[in-house]
Design a protein. Structure first.
Ligand code: ADP
Length: 606
């Protein structure tokens, strides 16, 4: 017995000795320390007596390379590094929604309060969720019930929009021995589960999860439902699935941020996680100022009630950007696991990749293309692969979806650069923003000729059942007209408008209407910013109807196209956006048919 205690004492002493290391080198956000033989990869450490938060990203014998998430100015060799024996984790519990965090899940408001000014003092520790606040926990299971990992034990009304499900933590299954009801903070025990081996596990609402490890599910399933964003060119032409992955590449000023924000505001996901990766400081300020005042068009409630913002503050070093996308996606997966449809926007992932490049450079790793580390592609793929529609853990067969949309800002808009290429390989939706369109003030500047969505075939049944039998057909017809327009424009540029037949002139006229009356959408106009999918279909169908009805007119000899172009039939296409109901659209199409047959008669009698 004595021996055993002695043994434990030795182990304890050894552990104590291994709990600190000494800094041997500091290079910006990268710190190397020795005496770290027993440390783990991705373990969190506190650097120097200032207790700066860092994460071990490489272990080489006794030396650990640590990515530090705070400014390392004034830190030098010889100072201590303290191990925590924990990997970088996020706190998952009620209270996440409506929060604004920095890249390592510290609530910005609390940081500011603790720092006492707008510049965040180093080494501040604040919990990711309020540990004092009492939440009203309503149990779902009863004493004696058998539960498995992922089963929902009870619920908390986190905000007016989201019911937070408290799930049985991973790797725990057994019989409910105790289940409480009432007001508790996130660290109080709300249930006791007896596992197979007789251990009694106390369960709290708070769970911790390592940010670099995808949360578990029972596997991915086919994403068959589109995520409706209200942006017409996305939903009708290049739709993304609930559980899909998409990217928005575009040069500076093409509208990446506005598009991302517009999706975050209006899309029909139940929870939104918006990660601002330090594109430009004032952009995130816009988000921080604007979001709290926005209302959800689907419910009329404040948007923040379903939103979590992650902002990389400008005085945090690049390493924090690297962590922020993982913090964001882990929180997003947590809500997915409750059975919700979640959307994560990352703006911009190029900054994330640049952070990777900087750290890799400082670690003197062999650089790959354009100085990015050779693992850029695999890291990017790992990140986007966390998107998906899944069967959640638990016995109730619920499904959840996590949609990931990343903006990419290739320097000079050149898509052949490594970050764009790595992203294109793993995302199935490509909304290519076009600098030339943005210059012409055509917004969103999604280029209809180069963009694509590989999800289109997934939605055939959804469109048929929810929108209309001919939605797929109408959108293809409209897109074909735009492609024809591109070819014809080339001819016009070479030989002039006169070379075109009336049929070709009609294609140009209708394509112009598709561009101007359908695709053009002002994200800052309250009425225009969001169009429900059924209205999108009706507008598009009305435009295509004009084309279909008038094509036979064009075959007439001596047909005066100019008069036709100025006729009401064409002119009133501009008013389509103002129509709202099925009746109004039906009336529009009926009137179009009448006008065109009248036109037909007129030209026949002439
Ligand atoms: P990026 O993030 O690609 O650098 P932004 O998203 O900041 O570009 O967009 C630049 C500007 O373009 C915005 O300030 C806005 O004036 C305009 N813009 C972009 N998208 C739209 C849109 N959908 N509707 C209206 N204006 C837009």
């Amino acid at each position: 017995m004595e021996n055993a205690t002695e043994q434990e004492g030795i182990v304890e002493k050894e552990n104590q000795e291994n709990m600190t290391g000494k800094i041997v080198r500091v290079s910006g956000p990268l710190v190397q320390a020795d005496g770290m033989r027993n440390a783990q990869m991705y373990e969190m450490v506190k650097v120097s007596d200032k207790k700066l938060l860092g994460e071990i990203i490489e272990l080489n014998g006794d030396i650990a390379s640590i990515q530090v998430y705070e400014d390392t100015t004034g830190i030098g060799p010889g100072e201590d590094v303290y191990r925590t024996k924990q990997t970088m984790f996020v706190m998952l519990a009620p209270g996440l929604l409506e929060s604004t965090y920095d890249g390592i899940q510290r609530p910005l408001k609390l940081l500011e309060e603790k720092s006492g000014n707008h510049f965040i003092t180093r080494g501040i520790e604040v919990a990711g969720v309020d540990l004092e606040k009492k939440w009203d926990f309503q149990p779902i299971v009863k004493i004696g019930d058998t539960v498995e990992e992922g089963d929902i034990l009870g619920e908390v009304q986190e905000t007016t929009l989201v019911m937070h499900k408290i799930m049985t933590p991973q790797a725990i299954c057994g019989i409910v021995k105790e289940i409480k009801s009432g007001k508790f903070n996130v660290e109080e025990t709300i249930a006791v589960i007896e596992t197979k081996d007789g251990a009694k596990k106390e369960i709290q609402m708070l769970q911790r999860w390592p940010i670099r490890k995808p949360r578990l599910s029972k596997g991915k399933i086919f994403p068959d439902t589109p995520m409706v964003t209200g942006t017409r060119s996305i939903d009708s032409f290049f739709p993304i699935a609930k559980g899909g992955a998409g990217c928005i590449p575009g040069p500076f000023g093409a509208g990446k941020t506005v598009t991302q924000q517009s999706i975050a505001k209006y899309c029909d996901a139940q929870v939104i996680v918006y990660v601002g990766c330090g594109e430009r400081g004032n952009e995130m300020t816009e988000v921080l100022n604007e979001f709290p005042h926005l209302l959800d068009p689907n419910t009329g409630e404040p948007l923040m009630k379903r939103t979590i913002l992650i902002a990389n503050t400008s005085n945090m070093p690049v390493a924090a950007r690297e962590a922020s996308v993982y913090t964001g996606i882990t929180i997003a997966e947590y809500y997915r696991d409750m059975g919700y449809s979640v959307a994560l926007m990352a703006d911009s992932t190029s900054r994330w990749a640049e952070a990777m490049r900087e750290i890799s450079g400082r670690m003197e790793e062999m650089p790959g293309e354009e100085g990015y580390p050779a693992y850029l592609s695999s890291k990017t793929a790992e990140f986007y692969e966390r998107a998906g529609r899944v069967n959640c853990l638990g016995s109730d067969r619920r499904t959840g979806a996590l949609t990931v949309i990343g903006a990419v800002s290739p320097p000079g808009g050149d898509l052949s650069e490594p970050v764009s290429q790595a992203t294109l390989r793993v995302t199935k939706c490509f909304w290519g923003l076009d600098g030339a369109l943005a210059y012409k003030k055509h917004f969103p500047s999604i280029n209809w000729l180069t963009s694509y969505s590989l999800y289109v075939d997934n939605f055939k049944i959804y469109w048929k059942e929810q929108i209309a039998d001919d939605f797929a057909e109408i959108r293809i017809e409209a897109m074909t007209l735009l492609q024809q327009e591109a070819k014809l424009t080339e001819i016009v540029r070479l030989v002039g408008m006169e070379a075109l037949s009336n049929e070709e002139k009609l294609v140009l006229e209708i394509a112009k209407s598709i561009r101007e009356d359908f695709l053009f959408q002002n994200a800052f106009d309250k009425e225009d910013a969001y169009t429900p999918l059924d209205i999108q279909y009706r507008i598009l169908k009305a435009i295509v109807t004009v084309y279909r009805e008038s094509i036979s007119l064009m075959k007439k000899e001596d047909f005066d196209f100019n008069t036709f172009r100025k006729s009401e039939t064409i002119q009133k296409l501009k008013t389509l956006k103002n129509l709202k109901t099925q009746e109004e659209f039906d009336a529009f199409r009926k009137k179009t048919r009448e006008d065109i047959s009248a036109f037909n008669l007129e030209t026949s009698t002439n």
